[in-house]
Design a protein around this ligand. Structure first.
Ligand code: UDX
Ligand code: ADP
Length: 463
């Protein structure tokens, strides 16, 4: 089967960049990305390509090249499904906030709605590709819905997990370490797998395209994220010990990273990992293990989350205790709100939880992030439901100029590792702050020696 028409349901951080790259690399394939969110689609279609809703280095250029040629963004979901031979499901799968599995299992409501819609609309055979991160065996549920509610057409389900990291999405999509495609181990399944292999082969070397059965593919995604998150929690655990013993966590990370069996990536101690994937995927893994009665396995992985929560809390406590155990009505400036640099995504960002802790202590928070606006910051805090939105609004001010954000503040906390923070005129910032001027570097990006020379009381992670 030669694919010439693809539809993707969900125009978010995964669907948008992935489809843009497929369209750019495969000019012979028409790619339509659909979403129910009209505002989001309007932004993807904005005349000024710099206004697209996802900030990723290099993405505007890719969208600019393919949009209107063979890449389209639309809210006409039914029409796009009907016309496509291959449908990617890239909708969000947040952690369930109600009922059975609350706070742990993935909420598959959006996936199920998609499956039902595909079943209702399809008039000819389709390949359905799960792109969202899903608990193992979701493909089976999708297949069940499709087979039992469809119009008698044949559906092949593939799992094609996304491994792109935000901030480097375009690079990761251009040159993936691997593309993983899982499908049924029968003739029809193999044909569907081949059709998707052929799409990726337009730019990905064949040896990097791995094919597996459905369940292995689904579980590989959860496992990859669990391993990566575990590395961050492991080095963060060591960072606390470093602070007690006089060791320096960056030196330790550097020393162990040279062991080729360990490797040097994902060893950066921080205020804690965030993002839409790590916590959600581990919670999924824990929930699945518990549902099979594998309690030791579940507890083992849950500890990665417990350590991460501890690291965020520890950072807040350090700020409070350093500022003489009271931060009531003090101005504390956050540099960064996104969960990592080079993205405007804030999901599960450590900044949200640290701010929440500090607001509990009645601090006033001033935020500067190069890519995150005030509306998003308030929505993140309100989502926690710790206090009313009016109370949050009273405590949080956002700035579009970092120097204004830092002026007259008692302390600065670096929550995201944006490169520009390193280039600031720190003497100027120091001069405009209240003294003693504290800086808490939650990302270890500033030069401790220089900062102390200027006069800051400077604290970083793991030293
Ligand atoms: C992750 C996976 O890397 C990606 O393969 C998957 O498809 C989705 O989940 P993402 O969440 O976008 O990607 O970013 P990632 O670079 O993995 O960072 C996750 C979090 O860990 C960030 O908050 C980051 O700041 C933090 N982190 C990462 C550290 O604190 N230290 C590190 O050494 C690495
Ligand atoms: P991700 O990081 O997984 O891409 P996002 O939340 O950024 O997650 O994007 C998911 C998108 O999927 C959202 O824009 C949401 O509006 C869209 N979506 C969810 N359910 C449906 C649906 N049934 N039909 C179309 N779009 C949907």
């Amino acid at each position: 089967m030669k694919i010439t028409n693809i539809c993707c349901i969900g125009a978010g951080y995964v669907g948008g960049p992935t489809m843009a790259v497929i369209a750019q690399k495969c000019p012979h394939i028409k790619v339509t990305v659909v979403d129910l969110n009209e505002e989001r689609i309007a932004k993807w279609n904005d005349k000024d390509v710099n206004n697209i809703p996802v900030y990723e280095p290099g993405l505007s250029e890719v969208v600019g090249e393919a949009r209107g040629r063979n890449l389209f963004f639309s809210t006409q979901v039914d029409q796009a499904i009907d016309e496509a031979q291959m449908i990617f499901i890239s909708v969000n799968t947040p952690t369930k906030m109600y009922g059975l599995g609350k706070g742990m299992a993935a909420d598959l409501k959006y996936i199920e709605l998609c499956a039902r819609q595909i079943a209702r609309v399809s008039k000819n055979d389709k390949i359905v590709v799960e792109k969202s991160t899903l608990p193992v065996r979701t493909a089976e549920a999708i297949k069940n819905i499709l087979d039992n509610t469809g119009n008698g057409v044949q559906f092949q389900i593939l799992s094609n997990p996304e491994f792109l990291a935000e901030g480097t999405a375009v690079e990761d999509l251009f040159m993936p370490d691997r593309v993983l495609i899982g499908g049924d181990e029968n003739d029809q399944g193999r044909k569907a797998i081949q059709a998707l292999v052929d799409v990726y082969s337009n730019w990905v070397p064949k040896e990097r395209i791995l094919t597996t059965n459905l369940w292995s593919s689904e579980l590989s995604k959860l496992t990859a994220n669990a391993f990566l998150a575990q590395r961050v929690s492991s080095i963060n655990a060591i960072s606390e010990l470093c602070e007690k013993t006089g060791a320096n966590v960056s030196e330790v990370a550097n020393a162990i990273g040279t062991d080729s069996r360990i490797g040097n990536k994902f060893l950066k101690a921080s205020v804690g990992f965030g993002g839409s994937c790590f916590q959600k995927d581990i919670l999924n893994l824990v929930y699945i293990c518990k549902s099979f009665g594998l309690n030791e396995v579940a507890n083992y992985w849950e500890q990665v989350i417990i350590m991460n929560d501890h690291q965020k809390r520890r950072f807040s406590l350090k700020i409070v205790s350093s500022l003489y155990n009271t931060i009531a009505d003090k101005k504390i400036t956050f540099l960064g709100w996104a969960f990592k640099k080079d993205t405007n995504d804030t999901r599960e960002s450590a900044a949200i939880y640290v701010a929440d802790d500090l607001i509990n202590e009645q601090a006033n928070i001033a935020v500067f992030d190069p890519k995150v606006d005030h509306k998003q910051i308030m929505s993140d805090l309100n989502y926690l439901e710790t206090r009313t939105s009016e109370e949050n609004e009273k405590r949080v001010v956002s700035f579009s100029d970092p120097y204004e954000a830092c002026k007259n503040s008692h302390a600065i906390a670096v929550l995201t590792e944006w490169d520009e923070f390193k280039q600031y005129d720190w003497q100027k910032i120091y001069d405009a702050m209240l003294k003693p001027a504290f800086v808490f570097d939650g990302r270890n990006i500033l030069d401790a020696h220089k900062m102390r020379e200027i006069g800051f009381v400077f604290q970083s992670i793991g030293t």
